[in-house]
Ligand binder design. Structure first.
Ligand SMILES: [Zn+2]
Ligand SMILES: [Zn+2]
Length: 152
């Protein structure tokens, strides 16, 4: 995704979800490391971590844009724009944005805990897996029984 596409997406989300135009700049900054995005108090621009999009896709990016737009709009209106402010929390809820400037590390952890769980039909041995597993192909390591998926 180019900076221009990111800019258009931020403008669109701002109108759709906040009914107020986004009049500053949105762009990717490769130097952001742990956060998905950052609202700059002085310039009112918003920087985004290109990795958030590359690794986690468009839904993740939209969440981060909405989160940063909450900082942006509240700050410009002179309202509570910080994470602990009630104004901020209420606006996040209203637009359905994630609570934190989604950190790459945090999101990675979240993904790893969202595991697929398989169970042997015979001995009930459980196999947590980070990835989907082809249960036609793999059998239980203990008894060679068939596996079934028991959670997402
Ligand atoms: Zn934030
Ligand atoms: Zn088994």
């Amino acid at each position: 995704m180019s900076d221009q596409e990111l800019q258009r997406l931020a403008e669109k989300l701002s109108l759709e979800k906040f009914a107020v135009p986004f009049l500053h700049k949105a762009y990717f900054n490769k130097r952001l490391r742990t956060t998905g995005g950052r609202y700059l108090l002085n310039s009112h621009n918003i920087e985004f971590n290109p990795k958030s999009y590359e690794i986690f896709g468009i839904d993740e990016l939209i969440g981060i844009i909405l989160h940063e737009l909450c900082h942006y709009h509240l700050h410009l209106r002179g309202m509570g724009y910080k994470h602990r402010d009630a104004d901020f929390r209420n606006l996040l809820k209203k637009v359905g944005a994630p609570r934190f400037c989604s950190s790459i590390e945090e999101t990675k952890k979240k993904q790893i805990t969202a595991i697929h769980m398989y169970e042997c039909l015979d001995c009930k041995q459980q196999y947590p897996r980070k990835r989907r597993m082809n249960i036609e192909k793999y059998r239980c390591g203990k008894c060679h029984g068939r596996l079934k998926k028991i959670s997402k």
